[in-house]
Design a protein around this ligand. Structure first.
Ligand SMILES: Cc1ncc(COP(=O)(O)O)c(C=O)c1O
Length: 508
């Protein structure tokens, strides 16, 4: 008898001795999912993008299932996938100022697994287009997504951070110009940035890049599928796409505001020549000849088919309607923040983000985040960075619209509770440790002790372990955030790696 069947105990192991019935297994997955944050319902302001369109999930799931076993490794073997990819790239290109009749008629692109892959490939294409540069560098605003740093790290390209104005949260073209040197192969900007939802001055930055003969990538992963609809709705959206002459590539994630299930982003290049160094081909082995436009080799057709079905079902009119609902939700949430004593919008919303900070030393944002969570609102805390204060981030999607009226009173309540609780008081020795410890001095024992003191789950959390009954798992509450906030970035990084390393342990 297997462990799964004896004593009525189920350890949730992935490979039981005897297979279990489909219904039972699906029930197990559903039971595990019950501990997750709610992906639907408009109360989770990060990680998920929910249009709340009836039937859309079922449609996407059916399309996903129909192509899940198709392999994008070879587009000639599975022309269905090639056709859907080309259609997705065409849709993204047209939406972002490319295609027939535009000033960028030769736009080409690839479907990737997500924003990070798109950015890594944009950096790779820029790097490999300049074999003459021995030590390539990229100039990236500090507000740009962390995936640029990841790309630089993976590809051994140096990252030159471009400072932003602490009020507008945008880099100036002059600051970008100052960061460009003879080894710069790419300049990046965001439309908009994830953290604050602010659109960089793309036209000015692209002009500076073009003047220096450097590629300019616009990271529109987050907002590339909303800004065009917001513009059509009459919102003042500055030029950010291929209509801007110096823009050489753009990324846009379909698994964000195109509301497709996860695993789909599009990387566009203005011309085939700009895209060419993105590809990898290899014929120096005895197996099949390999040519990969993207990082993955074998790729499921599922996400691509699901995105294709999603776009075709929603259509332009659907996205316009969803953008209008989102815009109204953003306005409502921003009003709630403006009307709350002790809070201040960090940036005036200009896309689909509401980001606020505290103006009152007795109101600890990390405590507020916990109080909001207790009231069923899942927001995202952002740590202080350089001269920017800590903040709370809300990614707003169409599903939030019907919830907006409930948010204001709960926010006021949560603020009162957070004030009453007072700011997190870290034990003095922890604060001292965070301020003085160097990443190299972190021993496994110290990390385990810290994790235990902070109540972070260790081995055993996960299926069948402590997290399954709600008693453990990774719960980065106000205390954890306060500790991280007190630490310099290099120590934060090391602590995060160690903490997540503690979580990622096999269960048997
Ligand atoms: C602006 C921006 N770029 C890139 C990414 C990375 O995307 P992904 O998480 O799909 O890899 C994100 C994710 O939020 C983003 O907001």
């Amino acid at each position: 008898m297997s462990d799964d069947q004896d004593n009525g105990q189920d350890t949730g192991r992935a490979l039981p001795e005897h297979g279990l019935p489909a219904e039972r297994v699906l029930g197990d997955v559903k039971a595990l999912r019950a501990g997750d944050r709610p992906t639907h319902g408009g109360r989770l302001f990060a990680y998920v993008y929910d249009p709340a369109v009836p039937g859309l999930d079922e449609l996407a799931a059916a399309a996903h299932a129909s192509s899940a076993h198709v392999n994008g490794l070879d587009p000639t073997a599975f022309p269905s996938l090639l056709a859907m990819e080309n259609a997705l790239v065409g849709a993204a290109s047209r939406l972002l100022g490319g295609g027939p009749g535009s000033t960028a008629p030769d736009v080409v692109g690839s479907v990737t697994s997500g924003g990070t892959e798109s950015l890594i490939l944009a950096v790779k294409a820029a790097r490999d287009a300049r074999p003459d540069v021995a030590a390539p560098r990229i100039a990236v605003p500090v507000t740009a997504h962390a995936a640029f740093a990841k790309a630089a790290h993976y590809l051994r390209v140096a990252l030159d951070p471009v400072p932003v104005d602490p009020v507008t949260l945008r880099p100036s073209a002059a600051a970008v110009a100052a960061a460009i040197g003879p080894d710069t192969v790419l300049v990046a900007c965001s439309a908009p940035s994830y953290a604050h939802g602010v659109v960089d001055p793309v036209a000015e930055i692209a002009a500076v890049a073009a003047g220096a003969g450097v590629r300019c990538h616009v990271d529109a992963c987050f907002g590339g599928w909303t800004l065009p609809w917001l513009r059509r709705l009459g919102e003042p959206v500055p030029p950010f796409d291929f209509a801007v002459a110096g823009v050489t590539s753009i990324s846009v994630d379909l698994h964000k505001y195109a509301y497709a299930p996860k695993g789909v982003s599009v990387l566009l290049h203005r011309t085939p020549a700009l895209r060419a160094p993105q590809f990898f081909a290899y014929a120096g082995w005895p197996g099949y000849t390999m040519v990969n436009p993207v990082i993955a080799s074998t790729r499921s057709g599922g996400p691509i088919a699901a995105a294709y079905a999603t776009l075709r079902h929603l259509g332009e009119d659907g996205y316009l309607r969803l953008a209008a609902a989102t815009r109204d939700a953003v306005a409502g949430l921003a009003d709630a923040v403006r009307g709350t004593d002790g809070l201040r919008l960090l940036a005036e919303p200009e896309s689909t983000v509401v980001c606020f900070t505290s103006t009152d030393p007795t109101l600890d944002l990390f405590v507020l985040v916990d109080e909001l969570t207790a009231r069923g609102w899942h927001t995202q805390p952002q740590l202080s960075y350089a001269d920017l204060p800590p903040s709370v981030h809300l990614t707003v999607t169409a599903a939030v619209a019907p919830r907006v009226a409930e948010f204001g009173p709960d926010l006021a309540d949560a603020v009162a509770a957070a004030r009453a609780a007072g700011p997190v008081k870290l034990p003095a020795e922890l604060t001292a440790l965070a301020a003085t410890l160097t990443p190299d001095a972190l021993t496994p024992e110290l990390v385990a002790g810290l994790a235990a003191a902070l109540g972070l789950g260790g081995p055993g959390a996960g299926p069948g372990g402590a997290a399954a009954d709600g008693a453990g798992g990774f719960a980065p509450d106000a205390t954890v955030n306060a500790l991280l906030d007190a630490a310099p970035p290099a120590l934060r990084e090391r602590l995060l790696v160690e903490f997540v390393g503690l979580l990622q342990r096999p269960t048997y």
